[in-house]
Structure formats: structure tokens, C-alpha cells
Design a protein around this ligand. Structure first.
Ligand code: SF4
Length: 373
């Protein structure tokens, strides 16, 4: 049994009429529920919930403070390589674009790490384009060996790996895995992923579960919002998270809510996800999964991020560059445009002004990183 079976069931739901079936009564029932079930989740994602966003926000805020306190975990992504063998229609790193590709040497990784660590951040998410040839698991492991000198937590966002490869990276000191399905709707997934191994839907869908089996402390999933009808994508994402949470209670399952952003190409997404829709998704996630972390990236503009920090978000990126070596080298190609360019210090200040405590270092794996001793 994998989440693929649940996806097969979800794809049979009568979406043409499904969302309009839910009433105000269904939404109120979900709001009262101790634990929101699948039906309640659908009610919270439906148009019937739109007049109840305020009430949902109150409950989401309360649940977040109960389970996470008044803190906000900060992290930043670090791009190691932009070589990619896939053609995804929405990404600058797609193999069809001709620009000078980069891959950091271990010396450059150290320089980049030093620059980021100087901001105070101790949690980092390392990313590569998806190419087993150019950035294999062994390269990622070598980079992790360098990064452990500077950071107490290193997570990865790389091409889907086998359970054994994930276990090897966990041994090297990686504690978290982020892997977005991008699009849960299979037909759209096939259409948007034109070329390369990423076309194999199921390999990607099962990868977060392989991460849980390999023993990562945290696994973070998400849909790239805008690629397909958002209610359906949010439903699949939330059910995927609960599936993993129920089956692997020792692993922290988190959610991300990335919205499509401009990039090198000209693809325009099929579904517009308004700010209001984004808020509804965050609130539905929080009510359905009270203990799950929810991450907010710099894809969103500063003013909106400032509002969302009170509604269920527990983790934010700060001081972001989506270029390889973008913190210490010049002239890379960004994977996509970001909206919130504020520094780590500025984000920390904004959080404090809202009564929240920015957390730069939440935890350590038992052996301390050398540079922090
Ligand atoms: S989304 Fe990932 S796999 Fe697709 S082109 Fe970009 S880097 Fe490559």
C-alpha cells in the first residue's frame, strides 16, 4: 500500500459537482470537530468555507500557538548546482534553456556556507537541479560533510532517491527531506513534465515515504499551486501528509505552499491562486493537520508574508537567493523570481514586532557541527 492507491481513489471523485455539495453546516461542523476528517477537509476547502475564513483563522491561530508556541523557525535555501536533465515547463533550470550551468566546488560550498552562517542562520536547505550525473548522491554527501561544520540542521531538496541513498545521506548528517510532487493530478503532471526521469509520476509520489523509511527526522511535501485546480491539489497534498503522519509517527511531516512564480520561460499556469485562496489553503491545512509545520517561502511578497505569519505558518525562508552560489558568487541564473528580498535581520525584526520569536537554531543532531563547538 502506498499513497498512490489513495490518489487513484481521489482521481475518481466527481470533482465537477463535488465542491458545490458542501454547505455552511458542513463547514461549521468541521470547525467544531476535535479532529477534522477527510469530509471536513473538503468542506474547509470548498466555496462554502469562504464566508468562514475569519473563524477558521481564529482556530488556526489558536492551534498553531498551542502546538508551536510563539516561535518561527527560519532557514534559507542554498543552491549547489543547476544542471538538470528534465524539461519541466515552469522552471528556469529546464534542460531546454541554454545558459552557463554551475556546480559549486567544495571550496565554494564552504564560502557560501560561511556567508550564510554569518547571518546567524543554522538551518539550511540544499538544492540541486535534477541530474544524477551532475549532482549524484555522493556529491550531495560531500557537500553535507562541509556544511555540517557550519549548520546544525541540513535538509535536502534534490531528485527523488532510493531508500538506501536517503539512508546514506541521513548517516552523513542530513536530517530533513523536502520533495514537492509539483502536481498531484496525473494527466497534468504528464503534460507539464515533458522530458526526463521526472516524468515517472509514481517514483516522485513515493519518494517522501522512502524518506520516512530511511529515518529522516522531517519530511516536507507540497504542490506547486497554480499548476492545476487548487482545491483538488490542496486536498491531495493534505491527505498525502496525513497518510505519512499516520504511518510514520516518528517523522515530522511538514507542508509547503509554493505558488507559481515567473522564471526564464513564458509558461502561464492554468489556475490562478488568489491571496484569498492561499489563505484558505493554509487554514484548511492547519485545521486538518494541527501538528504539521507549514513553510512559507519568499515567493510571496513581504506584505502578504507579514500577514500570514499569524495564520498557521511555522517556518519561513529568509535572505534568499535562488541562484547557484547566490550568497557569495556573482552572476547565476535564478530558478525563479522571488518576491520578498528582505535580509535575515529584517525578517527577524518583522517577526519580533509581531510578538514572535525568530529561531535560527532549533535543534542539533547529536554530534555538534565542528564550527559551532
Ligand atoms: S523543477 Fe526541478 S526537475 Fe524541473 S526543470 Fe526545474 S530543476 Fe529540473
Amino acid at each position: 500500500m502506498s499513497f498512490y492507491e489513495t490518489m487513484a481513489r481521489l482521481e475518481q471523485l466527481p470533482y465537477g459537482t463535488l465542491w458545490s455539495r458542501y454547505t455552511a453546516e458542513d463547514v461549521k461542523r468541521a470547525l467544531r470537530a476535535e479532529q477534522v476528517d477527510e469530509e471536513g477537509l473538503m468542506a474547509l476547502l470548498s466555496p462554502a468555507a469562504e464566508p468562514y475564513l475569519e473563524e477558521m483563522a481564529h482556530k488556526a491561530h489558536r492551534l498553531t500557538r498551542t502546538h508551536f508556541g510563539h516561535v518561527m523557525q527560519l532557514f534559507t535555501p542554498m543552491y549547489l548546482a543547476d544542471f538538470c536533465v528534465n524539461h519541466c515547463t515552469y522552471c528556469s533550470f529546464s534542460s531546454i534553456y541554454d545558459f552557463p550551468r554551475k556546480k559549486l566546488t567544495l571550496e565554494e560550498v564552504a564560502r557560501e556556507a560561511e556567508t550564510i552562517a554569518a547571518t546567524g542562520l543554522r538551518h539550511i536547505l540544499i538544492l540541486t537541479g535534477e541530474s544524477r550525473r551532475d549532482s549524484p548522491a555522493g556529491y550531495v554527501r560531500d557537500c553535507v560533510n562541509v556544511l555540517r561544520r557550519y549548520f546544525s540542521s541540513v535538509s535536502i531538496e534534490v531528485n527523488p532517491l532510493s531508500t538506501a541513498e536517503y539512508a546514506e545521506l541521513r548517516e552523513a548528517g542530513v536530517d530533513g527531506l523536502t520533495l514537492y510532487q509539483e502536481v498531484y493530478h496525473q494527466e497534468t503532471y504528464r503534460a507539464l513534465h515533458v522530458k526526463g526521469p521526472k516524468r515517472v509520476y509514481r517514483n516522485r509520489l513515493d519518494a517522501p515515504e522512502r524518506g520516512c523509511q530511511a529515518g529522516f527526522r522531517s519530511v516536507n511535501i507540497g504542490a506547486l499551486l497554480g499548476m492545476y485546480e487548487w482545491r483538488q491539489e490542496a486536498l491531495a497534498t493534505a491527505l498525502h501528509a496525513r497518510y505519512l503522519q499516520d504511518k510514520y509517527p516518528e517523522c515530522e511531516i511538514g507542508l509547503s505552499i509554493p505558488r507559481f512564480r515567473p522564471y526564464l520561460g513564458e509558461f502561464n499556469p492554468a489556475s490562478d491562486v488568489t491571496d484569498r485562496a492561499l489563505v484558505q489553503i493554509i487554514l484548511a491545512y492547519r485545521l486538518f493537520l494541527p501538528r504539521s509545520g507549514i513553510s512559507l517561502s519568499t515567493r510571496e511578497p513581504a506584505a502578504l508574508r507579514d500577514h500570514l505569519v499569524q495564520l498557521g505558518i511555522t517556518k519561513m525562508s529568509a535572505g534568499v537567493s535562488t541562484e547557484v552560489g547566490g550568497h557569495s558568487l556573482e552572476g547565476g541564473t535564478p530558478q525563479f523570481e522571488i518576491s520578498d528580498n528582505r535580509s535575515v535581520a529584517e525578517i527577524a525584526e518583522m517577526l519580533r514586532s509581531q510578538g514572535l520569536q525568530p529561531v535560527f537554531k532549533d535543534w542539533d543532531i547529536l554530534s555538534e557541527p565542528l564550527g559551532l563547538r
